[in-house]
Design a protein around this ligand. Structure first.
Ligand SMILES: *Cc1c(COP(=O)(O)O)cnc(C)c1O
Length: 399
């Protein structure tokens, strides 16, 4: 079948909750993907940073095959021989004490919300059902009802009420606004160290340090959602490292499986996760041996193949090239590591047209919020690959 026929099938029988570029991908390897018509593209989205280790990374694939032949799912009614080692490896790597494994990113966020509420009642002494969690304007934490209850994006919320109460919104990057929103019932602050979906929004220097200090002073659990920024993407294992701070709860997902399988986790530095007792939270697939084996391999690849340092070096090189583009329609080029945003002025006609043109010359990326293109290739990218990309991006973004 040709791509047109696959597109017809998707559009006729599928719910239309996405508006994908019309490219039907059938194969991937490293930074490259191929469509059903035989065209080759560089993937500059990496499935929203889930394939940091590159498409079909052979080491992760090997671990997945081996584990699939032995054991895939036990449920947590029994123990399995992959879960303990994954916990240990995750804790050693991230300097954490406790791990709670889930599947999707949204589930990790939901898990954190449940844990900090319970911590608020049991440890902080907040009156029952009064716990408040502070979040940021333009956040993205997932798509469940509770998570969209504190989204400020009307597309995410319109028509989906009634919403879950207990959240307060403040401006991202404004530590004073966060401090002012705190009251006796505040149990946690949930924030992305860099807002990814909002368009690669980097907070002012010192912000993460300031909110860390405020959380310590006011006895508030600091939760970093590193589902997109974590696991090497920004040139550090976790984006919090750029300011030398540690969250109390860190949420990871996406690249935790290198794109093979949904795996997420809540990492805990303090004893917040200790408030959850048997039966109070769970997931049939969370922590299953196949997921654990995949995650162990995915973490190993990040470290052993030096993908974190590569993201740092290649990110700088990529951004340097993008900053040389002369076009008054471009408002800003910004980023950290290989999480890069190019923002156009509001009157530039939108970012989608550039994404469509880049697709025609073999480079896949996606606009976010109308005016921003995010460039986030797999972290296995080389200098030669970036030169190849810039040869295509520069003329198109100069238009
Ligand atoms: C993608 C993402 C999520 C949600 O992850 P899903 O696996 O799609 O549920 C949550 N937070 C951030 C910052 C994300 O980028």
């Amino acid at each position: 079948m040709k791509s047109d026929q696959y597109i017809l099938l998707e559009d006729e029988f599928g719910a239309q909750n996405y508006k994908p570029l019309d490219v039907v991908i059938e194969r991937g390897e490293g930074i490259w993907v191929w469509d059903v018509d035989g065209n080759k593209y560089m993937d500059c989205l990496s499935a929203y940073s889930a394939v940091n280790q590159g498409h079909c990374n052979p080491k992760i694939m090997g671990a997945m095959f081996e584990q699939a032949k032995k054991l895939t799912l036990t449920s947590r009614a029994f123990r399995n021989d992959q879960l303990g080692p994954l916990y240990k490896e995750l804790c050693d790597l991230t300097n954490s004490h406790k791990v709670l494994p889930m599947n999707s990113g949204a589930e990790a966020v939901e898990t954190a919300i449940k844990a900090v509420r319970k911590w608020g009642y049991q440890v902080k002494g907040v009156p029952e059902n009064k716990a408040e969690i502070i979040v940021c304007r333009n956040n993205f934490h997932g798509r469940t009802i509770t998570i969209i209850s504190f989204s400020t994006d009307p597309i995410s919320t319109t028509g989906f009420g009634p919403f879950t109460p207990g959240f307060k919104v403040v401006d991202f990057g404004d530590a004073a606004a966060f401090e002012a929103a705190i009251n006796d019932n505040t149990v946690a602050f949930l924030v992305e160290p860099i807002q990814g979906e909002a368009g690669v929004i980097i907070p002012p220097d010192g912000y993460l340090k300031d909110i860390r200090r405020i959380c310590d002073e006011k006895s508030i659990v600091l939760i970093f959602d590193e589902i997109q920024t974590g696991l090497g993407r920004t040139g550090a294992l976790l984006a919090e490292e750029h300011e030398g701070v540690e969250a109390d709860l860190t949420l990871i997902g996406k690249a935790l499986s290198g794109g093979f399988y949904p795996v997420s986790a809540v990492l805990s530095n303090t004893e917040v996760l200790g408030v959850l007792k048997p039966g109070e939270h769970g997931s049939t697939f969370g922590g299953n041996p196949l997921a654990c084996a995949v995650a162990r391999a995915a973490l190993k690849v990040l470290v052993e193949d030096n993908l974190i340092e590569n993201a740092q070096r290649m990110g700088e090189y990529f951004m340097e090239g993008l900053r040389k583009i002369k076009n008054s329609k471009i408002k800003e080029v910004r980023g950290r590591g290989l999480l890069i945003g190019v923002e156009f002025h509001d009157n530039a006609g939108g970012a989608r047209q550039y994404c469509e043109k880049l697709k025609e010359v073999g480079l896949l990326c996606k606009e976010t919020h109308e005016t921003i293109i995010r460039f986030a290739p797999p972290l296995v990218i080389t200098k030669a690959d970036i030169n190849w990309a810039l040869e295509r991006i520069v003329p198109i973004l100069s238009q």
